[in-house]
Design a protein around this ligand. Structure first.
Ligand code: TRP
Ligand code: ZN
Length: 865
């Protein structure tokens, strides 16, 4: 396997850069297969580094045409990964390096460095793409001021910062802010812009431009609105202002990730920019808002203050995710957002933490850094900031953030610097808290309750299971928000934040007077708002769940209790195929639906069922290795029972219709989410899916079209709908992605592999476009659990076939897809053997990329579970 030859990079081996680059002058003569790049770097010895070092520059996948130092031609020793010039050949402590390289953007299918997407040039330099453009110390602790000249026939020629001069066939840009190479960007193409402006709170006018391909300019308004709201929010909440006269966003169709925060020139996956009611779902709008905010917020958390090295990735990503989640919570319903974030954390990060790919929020080693843009670094990284915020309180948090921006502007930092900053403002020892960055795995917490008629004692016990490379774990600081209720639903204790830091710790709670006529013990509501990202191992019984579902004053825990009851019920229904659901559960869900005080968006979440994966994991705790199809069947039975239990379903559905033209706001979206859930229930009782068919025919927005289409696919009644949908949206890449992904996710297991295989032969299936690949192959392997885990192993073979095909073209995306095998050790022995065979087949592939090689070898190392 290739991996053996790729070196492991370790945090403990960090050394400062030998040479710094004060300024960079780049000239690009664009050509699809022979772009010439001239780089002029003002370099000097780094006073903080060991003296007398050779000049080593990173460089890959390009041809060195010429190189000179202070005007004198040099012939460095060039390898596949860079070049070295011996220290003896350098003229002194500072000098000018000039080199010319040639690159081929058109054949760059990895989408890293300078590449072409539908005739337009664009770049992606994070994490290590700049080294595919020119030779450079391509590491984030080298920050430089960039001046760029682009020569090309494209009407629009863009780079970071401010435009300084242009003429026919050329343009020049200058970015006054020093930045690491990963934030460099260039775009050239036939683009049009949607323009607006924003006046900062100090009164500076900022021109805002969103560049898209001609024809798409009518679908930028929502992204622009989200951008302006983000700029205002960052001023209001963090007192952070934008720092250039121009802010640009470019939408590109071929992109490995969501978006990229290049200074002044964000580049976006077009999926997260373009929206209209006919083409975008409510979820698309929500994601656009969140991602626009995320990339904009990076301007301070990432760009002005950056990472010393890639091990510190969470310094910018965890913090920026936390900030975008705060923003979305402010713009929409905070509890609904929190529930959504926690559900995603559990589905992706807890899963990662429980398997062979588990790693700390700040990893200590990697082979390919692209493999560490993970749910752990991003989402758990955000949870850690949220815990810090609750532990020190709002005032200290903001004092700390103010100090961070003041003291560390233009620096490249470590997590130690981040922690020290908050120790400085709080005078608190945060060393135990800092374990959250170093220790992988999800803590398990049990709670023992003791009520003696006067005081409530809670004993917490925490432990974290071993993860790869970390057999022993230490106790963490857990900020646990707790409330207590009396059995009549009245409040026995308002929410309080407990700080649990020992492996075992008992807390005595003071309660309000018990109301007269109320008997029985008080009921604690633990980890309100999911204040700590832990697994609470409660064995409190379904009565407690039903009580908190009905009475908890914390909306998150109200949802959580319903969830716990649903999980318990589904586990029992898997264990006993004849078991009918508890009336208490169905009544509880009906009461949620009838509660006029609750937001429809919340109701939709509370009525949604735990995923097959959630139930699978609950059953694993009993030692079982269930067939996912059996879990799916139990979910269907529960769905039918709930449908039969809700009186007047059709009327309720009718009442949820949102009058007037579509608007993407949270209130309207919440109604549509609930109506989608009810449509699903109605369809369980209709053999011909008549309501879904009618909804599909009448829908004037993509949200409802997709809700109905997925039900029709699930029910095997989608033939005509799929044909007319394709016919109508032919040529609209984002919508055709949905067409592929709906079929991949919703086709029943029996036909799923065959259906997906057939779709891979469809003329619209272009596997080199990551969005299309993810829609079909990712939609199937991640979204169609029963199809993927089919007993005949054809689902596994399908994924492996496409990982193998994509790997030489786009290793970054192939590796991410290979990661979908991460839970293989959890399944029954025949399935394990089938997955193992496919993993080995990938691992043995000659020339396998180091990206996929690293992922597959870590997965294969998984201990028996
Ligand atoms: N930094 C980007 C973000 O905002 C992530 C990203 C975009 C990325 N493109 C990438 C990471 C390519 C690695 C490779 O989260
Ligand atoms: Zn980010």
């Amino acid at each position: 396997m290739r991996t053996e030859t790729a070196p492991t990079i370790r945090l403990k081996d960090y050394t400062p850069p030998a040479y710094l680059v004060d300024s960079v002058h780049l000239t690009f003569a664009l050509h699809p297969t022979a772009t010439r790049v001239t780089a002029r770097l003002a370099m000097r010895v780094n006073p903080a580094a060991a003296p007398g070092q050779d000049l080593a520059l990173d460089g890959e996948a390009m041809e060195l045409i010429s190189a000179a130092i202070d005007g004198v031609k040099v012939s460095p020793n060039v390898t596949k990964t860079g070049l070295v010039l011996p220290a003896a050949e350098l003229p002194g402590d500072s000098f000018e390096w000039v080199c010319e390289t040639e690159i081929s953007p058109e054949t760059n299918t990895a989408l890293e460095g300078l590449y072409m997407s539908k005739g337009m040039y664009c770049t992606q330099c994070e994490a290590e793409g700049f080294r595919k453009i020119t030779y450079f110390p391509d590491r984030p602790d080298v920050m430089s001021v960039y001046t760029v000249r682009i020569e090309g026939e494209q009407p629009v020629l863009l780079s970071n910062g401010n435009p300084t001069a242009s003429g026919p066939g050329w343009a020049e840009w200058h970015d006054p802010h020093p930045k690491p190479s990963y934030l460099f960007a260039l775009v050239a193409g036939d683009l049009v812009s949607h323009n607006d402006s924003f006046t900062t709170r100090s009164g500076r006018d900022v021109a805002l431009k969103i560049f898209v391909r001609p024809g798409d300019e009518g679908r930028c308004a929502y992204a622009m609105d989200a951008l302006k709201r983000s700029m205002k929010w960052d001023e209001d909440v963090y007192r952070l202002e934008y720092d250039l006269d121009l802010f640009m966003i470019v939408a590109v169709d071929d992109f490995n990730m969501g978006a990229m925060e290049n200074k002044g020139l964000n580049i976006f996956n077009s999926k997260y920019v373009l929206a209209s009611p006919e083409t975008a779902t409510d979820l698309d709008y929500e994601l656009i808002e969140g991602i626009i905010a995320h990339e904009y917020f990076h301007n301070w958390t990432g760009n002005r203050i950056t990472c010393r090295d890639w091990f510190q990735l969470c310094l910018k990503e965890g913090l920026t995710v936390y900030r975008d989640q705060q923003f979305s919570a402010d713009q929409r319903s905070a509890p609904v957002q929190r529930i959504g974030n926690v559900a995603a954390l559990r589905a992706r990060q807890f899963r990662e933490d429980a398997g062979p790919l588990a790693h700390p929020v700040r990893p200590e080693e990697y082979i390919e850094i692209n493999n560490f843009y993970t749910a752990t670094v991003y989402e758990k990284g955000a949870e850690v900031i949220g815990m810090l915020h609750s532990l020190i309180g709002d005032e200290a948090y903001h004092r700390g953030m103010d100090r961070y921006f003041e003291v560390h502007d233009n620096q490249a930092l470590t997590i130690e610097d981040w922690i020290a900053n908050f120790e400085a403002v709080t005078n608190r020892d945060l060393s135990q808290f800092a374990r959250w960055y170093a220790q992988a795995g999800t803590p398990r917490v049990t709670v023992e309750e003791a009520w003696d008629g006067a005081t409530l004692k809670l004993t917490f016990r925490q432990s974290t299971p071993p993860t790869p490379g970390q057999p022993e774990k230490s106790p963490l600081v857990l900020p646990l928000a707790i409330g207590v209720l009396w059995p009549d639903g009245s409040e026995a204790m308002e929410t309080r934040l407990l700080e649990i830091s020992e492996a075992e710790q008992t807390v005595e709670l003071e309660l309000n007077d018990r109301p007269v006529n109320v008997t029985g013990a008080p009921i604690p509501s633990i980890n309100r708002g999911f204040s700590a990202p832990i697994i609470l191992e409660q064995t409190v019984g379904t009565e407690r769940h039903a009580f908190l579902l009905a009475h908890d004053t914390d909306p998150f825990n109200r949802w959580e209790s319903g969830r716990a009851y649903l999980r318990d019920m589904l586990v029992r229904m898997v264990q006993d195929a004849d078991l009918a659901p508890d009336a208490a559960l169905l009544d509880g869900l009906l009461a949620v639906l009838d509660d006029t005080a609750l937001d429809p968006a919340f109701k939709a979440l509370a009525l949604g069922f735990p995923s097959i994966d959630d139930i699978f994991l609950d059953l694993r705790k009993t030692g079982a290795r269930p067939d996912p199809q059996v879990i799916s069947d139990a979910r269907t039975r529960l769905d039918r029972a709930l449908a039969a239990h809700v009186p007047g379903l059709a009327d309720r559905l009718g009442q949820l219709a949102v009058p007037g033209p579509y608007t993407p706001d949270a209130a309207a979206a919440g109604k549509r989410a609930l109506s989608g859930r009810l449509l699903g229930l109605v369809s369980r009782l209709e053999p011909d899916a008549a309501t879904a068919r009618a909804t599909f025919a009448a829908a004037d927005n993509m949200t409802q079209s997709m809700q109905a289409l997925e039900i029709l696919i699930r029910e095997g009644q989608a033939k005509d709908a799929l044909a007319s949908f394709h016919q109508r949206w032919q040529g609209n890449a984002g919508v055709i992605d949905k067409w592929f992904s709906a079929q991949a996710r919703a086709t029943p297991a029996k036909q799923a592999v065959e259906a997906v295989r057939a779709l891979t032969a469809h003329p619209d299936f272009d596997y080199k476009t990551p969005n299309r690949f993810r829609a079909l192959i990712g939609g199937f392997a991640a979204g169609n659990v029963t199809g993927f885990h089919r007993a005949d192993g054809e689902g596994y073979r399908l994924l492996a076939d496409w990982v193998v095909t994509l790997d030489p073209i786009n290793p970054q995306t192939a590796a991410r897809m290979a990661g979908l095998f991460e839970s293989w050790r959890q399944y029954d022995e025949p399935r394990q053997a089938l997955m193992l065979a496919q993993l080995q087949r990938i691992a043995d592939l000659p020339g396998l990329s180091k990206d996929t090689g690293e992922i597959v070898s870590r997965i294969l190392d998984a201990p028996a579970a």
